[in-house]
Design a protein around this ligand. Structure first.
Ligand SMILES: [Zn+2]
Length: 169
């Protein structure tokens, strides 16, 4: 029986052909990259502790050329009260997600998010995924899967490399 190579690839990793760059890394540098990815992701999860949100704390880091160029966690806009939830414990409509905060923070800086990697503790929602695509981010590494997968689907469609690295494993 001949198993086609694609049989081993999950649906989410099945990227359009133009996104498949030639593999230049050997096994050791692959391993090194996974270790680096895990460390940055752990840093993002520590960064999430800054969030005042009670329902869920999310942290994000933007890394380019082994440099952290931005960071974010979910919260209200600058100058607003810190509380994310209203009296009914519902998240306020103006709360920004960690990814949106990281991307808008880099927009204020002299750095560019073009070809950066986004590390985020929860997989991006649809709204953040649109920003990720337009910001030129090319890799997204995440820990937990958000209950709605539509964000991941749109990122996959844009040819962005998606890496699910559960920190608990
Ligand atoms: Zn979001």
């Amino acid at each position: 029986m001949v198993l086609h190579q694609n049989t081993f690839r999950s649906k989410l990793n099945n990227r359009p052909p133009q996104a498949n760059k030639p593999k230049t890394m050997d096994k050791n540098s692959d391993k090194k990259q996974i270790l680096l990815d895990k460390r940055y992701l752990r840093m993002a999860s520590i960064w999430a502790e800054n969030s005042y949100c009670e329902r869920r704390q999310v942290g994000a880091l933007l890394v380019k050329d082994k440099m952290i160029i931005s960071d974010g966690y979910n919260g209200t806009p600058s100058g607003f009260e810190n509380h994310c939830e209203d009296e009914d414990q519902k998240t306020k409509a103006y709360v920004l997600h960690a990814e949106a905060n990281a991307i808008t923070k880099v927009a204020k800086s002299n750095n560019s998010s073009e070809e950066a990697t986004l590390y985020v503790t929860t997989s991006p929602c649809m709204e953040c995924s649109k920003l990720i695509i337009q910001a030129g981010i090319t890799r997204v590494v995440y820990d937990e899967k958000y209950r709605k997968a539509e964000g991941l689907h749109i990122l996959e469609r844009a040819g962005i490399e998606l890496i699910h690295l559960p920190l608990k494993s």
